[in-house]
Design a protein around this ligand. Structure first.
Ligand SMILES: O=C(O)CC[C@@H]1NC(=O)NC1=O
Ligand SMILES: [Fe+3]
Length: 414
């Protein structure tokens, strides 16, 4: 009696990203992958494939199969744009100067508050589709351009609606502690009261957020104010993530690690102590080379120290209208190597295994292994090194979401 499976991919090389397998990519050459019920049920050398009766067979034609890509840090639901600010920054104004002059995040807050839910949805679609076309099968989307209850809810509902109408998994994060809204000027602690006593409870009640994030920085919120947000998130049983040490060393990463944060993000200015704290807590380092590049930062995060300490390192777009209006996770892989010193294999791990961990999803995705989701991408390439090396022309041949073909050159996007 042969086993039935829904999908069998054969004649393919698998970059499993499974750290328990040998090699930087956990590669299984000349492999076969069997899928049933949206999950991988068998993966291994084709010659060892058990007797099986597949409903559908895909000939991998000697191409490479990777886990679906995971973009673990985006702000892609927002109104308006900040092209004029970009021109001002190119003219010499700093990100902080623009922010202190009422531009920056607050400029997007005004546009997002003014936009209807439909307008936000329509504006976000092309950004999401650009990521999906590159083989991204899981995207994290933050709020943080509302800074009031109604607009934070509007952003998060829009993110949930995008997931209902696109073949992609979306996790949401409430980033109400992103900036101080103008109506609370000079009253920061009262705004944190609003975040903890109104916004987060309402978001949690409607189950609109899978995590809580905060911007701990000199131009945003202090460690003590962020600690209040963390305590509130923990009371609501929501995991936390922290925008930390982006522009200065403030103690944010140490706070995040001590609080068991899923991730500390940006972290250009982290210290040796921070690295040790992240290694101890298992907090993932989410590195955002697109923001570093766009803001023309000069302080590079200590990737060599993070690597030596065994801190998982994710890469993400940080797709947002100010510090990184770039909707390309593959470019971030290239930047992670060129600007931050990642190896190509670390870059692929950074947008699969480590990115899934940064979302608390490493038990279901980010690695090709029996039992995990069959989120997979088939690439017409000779080596997985090409994914970080090439940008623009190397496109997915086929994209699978839970074993269902949803995009790629071979098929029109679902
Ligand atoms: O400029 C923006 O709109 C968001 C920038 C983004 N948010 C944050 O906390 N750090 C960033 O780089
Ligand atoms: Fe961000």
């Amino acid at each position: 009696m042969t086993e039935r499976c829904e999908l069998l991919i054969t004649n393919v090389h698998a970059a499993t990203m499974d750290p328990s397998l040998p090699g930087a990519y956990g590669a299984v050459e000349d492999a076969a992958v069997a899928v049933t019920g949206g999950r991988i049920v068998w993966l291994g050398p084709r010659t060892e494939l058990p007797d099986t009766t597949p409903d559908e067979v895909v000939d991998g034609e000697g191409q490479w199969l990777t886990p679906g890509l995971v973009d673990c840090h985006t702000h892609l639901v927002y109104g308006g744009h900040r092209a004029s600010e970009y021109a001002r920054r190119l003219g010499g104004e700093s990100y902080e100067e623009v922010a202190r002059a009422g531009g920056g995040i607050l400029s997007t807050v005004r546009a997002t508050r003014a936009a209807s839910a439909e307008q936000l949805y329509r504006a976000a679609e092309p950004r999401l589709r650009a990521l999906m076309a590159e083989g991204v099968t899981t995207v994290e989307i933050k709020s943080g351009y509302g800074l009031d209850l109604d607009t934070e809810l509007k952003q998060l509902r829009t993110a949930r609606r995008l997931a209902q109408h696109h073949p992609v998994s979306i996790t949401t994060t409430c980033l109400a502690a992103h900036a101080l809204p103008p109506e609370y000027d000079g009253r920061v602690d009262e705004y944190i009261d609003l975040v903890c006593e109104e916004i987060l409870p309402a978001v949690s009640k409607e189950q609109l957020a899978d995590a809580v994030d905060m911007f701990c920085e000199s131009i945003a919120f202090s460690v003590d104010q962020c600690r209040r947000v963390i305590d509130c998130a923990h009371k609501l049983d929501l995991p936390i993530k922290v925008h930390a040490e982006q522009l200065s060393s403030s103690g944010a990463t140490a706070m995040a690690a001590a609080a068991g944060a899923l991730s500390a993000d940006h972290i250009e200015y982290i210290t040796e102590m921070d690295v040790a704290a992240m290694a101890e807590s298992g907090t993932v380092a989410v590195l955002l080379p697109g923001a570093f590049y766009t803001l023309r930062e000069t302080r590079v995060p200590p990737v060599d120290r993070l690597r030596a300490a065994g801190v998982p390192m994710a890469l993400s777009t940080d797709l947002n209208p100010g510090s990184c209006p770039i909707a390309s996770l593959r470019l971030m892989m290239n930047m992670g190597c060129n600007l931050f010193g990642f190896t190509p294999a670390e870059a692929l791990a950074g947008v699969t295994r480590a990115a899934a961990r940064a979302l608390g999803l490493c038990c279901s995705r980010g690695v090709l292994r029996a039992g995990l989701r069959a989120d997979m991408v088939l690439w017409p390439m000779d080596t997985p090194d090409q994914l970080a090396y090439e940008v623009g022309a190397l496109k997915p041949a086929r994209i699978f979401l839970a074993g269902r073909t949803v995009g790629g050159r071979d098929v029109t996007a679902g």
